[in-house]
Design a protein around this ligand. Sequence first.
Ligand code: BTN
Length: 230
Amino acid sequence: MKFAVHRKEVTESTNNDARAGSHGDVFTATEQTAGRGRIGHRWLSRPGDSLTFSVVLSVAGMPPEEAATLPLVAGLAVRRVAGGAIKWPNDVLVGGRKIAGILCERVGDNVICGIGINVNQTSFPPEIADRATSLRLVTGREQSVAGTLDRVLAELSDLYEQWFRGGFAALQPEIARHDALRGRFVRIIQTDSDPEPVEGICDGVMPDGSLSVAGVRIYAGEAHVCATSA
Ligand code: BTN
């Protein structure tokens, strides 16, 4: 697919800018003044060190539960560039630390797929310092922010075409090879119907995009890896 990239120096949130876009539009900014993360979190990024962008992708005609797997598809695109593993449902980790986060929002027949990637940071705020990393820290070299965008978009184009034609099940084997949670003891705070957290050994991401934990399939939630099962 072809992308049209719209660049700004400063914006509130590229996900907000993308609400005016259509399929294939990409909105990126050097600085976000009100970057948003999942479940009401803020997404903080230092200008020039981070890649922040939002891609508008059509999900027309797809069942809603299939469309809901798009964060995993975006995660795979980032993983192909950054390495590491996918932490269901929306993070990419390298060496167990978060290198990218994804916030997908549905607008009509489109999904706005917002991606934040730590590119050139060499330090982080104290509250995330032990959980975050960047491409520069992983590779030992300064990286091009624009070049990283080009590489992620090339992978996303390939993966989106496969996903739109064949559904998530076609991509699940690639996730299974790079699944940060499979085999770990996890606690999942569910964010949809059931308020009860689920704990147990994680069986990994299933072909329908759910996370299986001790045989229970979870469709929306936050995953926490527990040090022990006690
Ligand atoms: C998360 O890890 O909670 C998701 C973070 C998503 C951040 C990206 S940066 C580009 C886009 N614009 C936003 O305001 N958020 C997303």
